[in-house]
Design a protein around this ligand. Structure first.
Ligand code: ADP
Ligand code: MG
Length: 282
């Protein structure tokens, strides 16, 4: 097998749901390299979840190919291997809970994939530790907050020890604090363990730390670039129903009013650094 293939390779993929009149994906191509952190953004219905489901063989392309570490998802003999490699966390935490005890829930995925019991015990422990939920191992999942449930769902994926973690709007139903905790955990998994992360989100703030952003619209990739490149194109984003992060919006207004020079800052701290000297001058 070619050793130089991408971790994920999506080539001209088209997909239509049964009974749907239009294609959900109309020819999507992208590669993601091992260890990359890629954000996928796009308004509702643009095809993001369809991409997520294609990445762990929940859906199979009607045209084109999806390869995970060289394995074609159309090859049913590789489905289990693909699901061990790519963990997907979905939007609704309640739909992802399957048992009545947290630790059983986290062990459910690995058990289904045939991982030996003695290994599962260690994996469940490590996964709960990684999402800071070890003290809830014996708790009932339905008693937890939405954010805690999502951390359990992430732990369930981590227990499979995937090389790729896909989060499909996993923070959408959470309050800001729950959301931040998830983002911090994911950033740490990426930076410390080198896990390849695909963060699908409607919150532009969550895309700021990505290596690269893929912008989807209407079943196609509209454009891609680094966060600085993508968020320099506010008008283009607004044109397809998206926006820039709040800080970038403020930045652009300050630039438009001539208060600061054109720049590509993305974060509050960077903007504060620009503004402090101005405030002190007056
Ligand atoms: P997103 O995740 O960006 O909101 P989706 O991938 O869920 O977008 O949906 C892409 C398109 O496919 C939308 O037009 C949506 O209505 C349609 N779609 C999604 N799921 C189904 C389904 N199960 N049956 C029929 N159409 C669907
Ligand atoms: Mg979706």
């Amino acid at each position: 097998m070619d050793e130089r293939h991408s971790m994920i390779s999506v080539e001209n993929v088209k997909y239509t749901y049964d009974g749907a009149e239009t294609q959900a994906l109309r020819g999507v191509s992208f590669d993601i390299e091992r260890g990359e952190f890629v954000a996928i953004v796009g308004r509702n219905g643009s095809g993001k979840s369809t991409v997520a489901k294609l990445l762990n063989a929940l859906l199979i392309p009607e045209e084109g190919t999806v390869r995970i570490d060289g394995m074609d998802t159309i090859d049913e003999e590789r489905t289990l291997d693909i699901r061990k490699k790519v963990g997907v966390v979905f939007q609704n935490p309640d739909n992802q809970i399957v048992t009545t005890v947290v630790e059983e829930d986290v062990g459910f995925g690995p058990e289904n994939l045939g991982i030996p019991t003695e290994q599962i015990i260690r994996r469940v422990h490590d996964a709960l530790e990684a999402v800071d939920m070890l003290s809830y191992a014996k708790s009932a999942p339905h008693m937890l907050s939405g954010g805690q449930k999502q951390r359990i769902a992430i732990a369930g994926m981590l227990a499979i020890e995937p090389e790729v973690l896909v989060l499909d709007e996993a923070t959408a139903m959470l309050d800001p604090l729950g959301r931040k905790k998830i983002i911090d955990i994911v950033n740490e998994l990426h930076s410390k363990r080198g896990i390849t992360v695909i963060m699908i989100t409607q919150y532009m703030e969550e895309a700021v730390d990505a290596d690269r952003i893929i912008v989807m619209n209407d079943g196609l990739i509209d454009f891609t670039g680094s966060p600085r490149e993508v968020f320099a194109q506010g008008d283009r984003l607004r044109g397809i129903g998206l926006d820039v992060p709040v800080i970038v919006g403020i930045r652009d207004e300050l630039i438009a009013k001539g208060l600061i020079a054109p720049c590509d800052v993305l974060k509050a701290e960077e903007l504060a650094e620009l503004l402090c000297p101005l405030l002190l001058k007056n």
